[in-house]
Design a protein around this ligand. Structure first.
Ligand code: MSP
Length: 507
């Protein structure tokens, strides 16, 4: 049977400065969803990349005395290294400076022009360069950009416009018919009530005031507006507008994961562009919240952040991944601090997971020379563990299908908590004193190992290198989704040497 496909994307990041923990946040979550989908049997295409054009980057490069391309190349090299150290399993990294992307964007622009959805006129308005966004007077907050709070500039020039207004009604109907297109639901209400319903203005989609961008093929003094260029990445990477196998297979995207401040582009402009092109809309846009530091957004321009690799080197990659995935209810804003990261690591990874694994393996070594067996001596106390372990796959699958990543992790850690409690309830060290209880002791330890294995299979999506270490210690090959029912752990095999998974962090 052919596998079901799943196409998910992160936003393509501006390589205007080195990436920070906020970019890691989006990317780690996307990676875990991609890994989870692969684990649960999907044919996944996971894409990330960089959004390189625009005046802001042109100016930064000028300040640094290099060409824009040289400027971004260096940052991208570093970003790829960062993704590697975080274990990001992307299938494709798109750069908007790629030649085939540029050519395809020109074709997309021309298609919309030919169909009459793009027309030439004059632009007068207010422009926020850091955000690459146009605003009307009414949208400003205290005269500043409503997204970043910085100054806006008056712009006045000949420009091409996209007939966004034409799509207002269609967008309303689309939202009506697809209630789960934009998640969480609070963001959907905001988009519909604050943006779509009050009316959509046509959108200025070309600029003449700078050159670092994709020229409009039929009028070369114009460059394509960066958001049209950037949003198109989701289809140009698949070969669109060419008739490609990749496009046929993977479009429409199943999930665009984006931060809340760019929901507007993905929930209004992008769908309208796709309607104009006559192709299907993505199945879901999820607008997540921000990681904040001391109440403010982590920002390249504010500079309130460390290189994320410092955290990885200090605490380990899975501590950083786990924190990003677990700490903040997905969709909300959440605070990032090293203290919070340390507390999370100590409580969950050191205590619940690490200690459980090391204690259990130590007991199997001590009482059975490391040999696993399952004589099947049951007692009532086992039920709370075994029944829950068998249900876990379904619980996690439900949570992941609605992108409640932190709740999926909570459910997995509930199994580990129960396993820890089970040790206290069954007191293996007392069973070990009584020769007649040997089979019961072996059964108890088997139940513990099996709970650890089941949790670790699911944890592969979130903290993969820790799962690998555990599988190695358990000496098991039962690590896939199909193995997720209780009793699959091999018997009569010897466990491998145990290693410490996480050291307690002392501040
Ligand atoms: N280039 C555009 C996206 C184009 S997508 C077609 C862009 N780039 S960005 O680099 O500014 O931001 C990219 C993503 O990183 C956004 O989704 C944004 O929300 C996310 N984050 C940046 N800082 C963040 C935090 N502090 N916390 C969480 N996510 C943050 O916008």
């Amino acid at each position: 049977m052919e596998k079901k496909k799943f196409y998910l994307t992160t936003p393509i990041y501006y390589p205007s400065a080195e990436f920070h923990i906020g970019h890691c946040y989006t990317t780690i979550i996307a990676d875990s969803i991609a890994r989870y989908k692969r684990l649960s049997g999907f044919d996944v295409f996971f894409q990330t990349g960089t959004d390189e054009h625009g005046q802001k980057i042109e100016r930064k490069a000028m300040d640094a005395g290099v060409s824009p391309k040289e400027y971004v190349d260096k940052i991208i090299l570093n970003a790829k290294d960062l993704w590697k150290s975080l274990g990001i399993s992307y299938d494709y990294f798109i750069r908007t400076s790629d030649e085939d992307h540029k050519k395809r964007v020109q074709e997309i622009f021309k298609k919309m022009y030919d169909s009459g959805d793009i027309y030439k006129s004059e632009y007068k308005g207010l422009y926020c360069t850091p955000c690459e966004s146009f605003w009307t007077e009414a949208q400003l907050v205290d005269g500043k950009c409503p997204d970043c709070g910085r100054d806006v500039e008056e712009a006045h020039e000949e420009a091409y416009f996209f007939k966004l207004s034409k799509y207002q009604k269609k967008l309303e109907e689309f939202y009506e018919a697809n209630p789960n297109f934009l998640l969480p639901l609070s963001r959907k209400n905001e988009m519909i009530n604050n943006f779509i319903k009050p009316g959509l203005d046509d959108l200025c989609v070309s600029r003449t005031s700078f050159t670092w961008g994709i020229p409009v093929s039929f009028d070369e003094k114009h460059v394509v507006y960066v958001w049209v260029d950037a949003l198109s990445n989701y289809i140009t990477s698949l070969g669109y507008p060419e008739e490609s196998e990749m496009f046929k297979k993977f479009w429409p995207a199943d999930l665009h994961l984006v931060g809340k401040e760019i929901v507007r582009f993905h929930a209004i402009i992008w769908p309208a562009m796709l309607m104009s092109l006559g192709i299907e809309l993505p199945k879901c846009v999820f607008g997540h919240g921000w990681l904040i530091i001391d109440g403010g957004k982590i920002s390249k321009s504010v500079g309130n952040y460390k290189d994320p690799r410092e955290y990885i080197n200090e605490y380990g990659v899975d501590a950083v991944r786990y924190f990003a995935l677990r700490e903040v209810p997905f969709g909300n804003d959440g605070n990032f601090s090293e203290d919070a990261l340390i507390a999370r690591t100590n409580a969950d990874l050191v205590n619940n997971l690490g200690n459980l694994v090391n204690r259990t393996i130590a007991m199997v070594n001590k009482y059975f020379d490391g040999i696993v067996s399952n004589p099947g001596v049951k007692e009532d106390v086992d039920d709370a563990l075994v029944v829950y372990a068998n249900e876990l796959k379904k619980l996690v699958d439900n949570k992941m299908n609605s992108y409640k990543v932190n709740e999926a992790l909570e459910d997995i850690f509930e199994l580990l908590k129960r396993a820890n409690k089970y040790i206290d309830e069954t007191t293996p060290w007392i069973l070990a004193k009584d020769e007649t209880k040997k089979d019961r002791l072996a059964s108890v330890l088997y139940n513990l190992l099996e709970s650890i294995r089941i949790a670790s299979v699911l944890l592969r999506a979130f903290i993969p290198s820790t799962s690998d270490k555990i599988f190695n210690m358990l000496n098991t090959s039962k690590i896939d989704f199909e193995s997720l029912s209780f009793g699959n752990l091999e018997t009569e095999i010897k466990l491998n040497e145990s290693e410490i998974l996480f050291n307690r962090i002392e501040k």
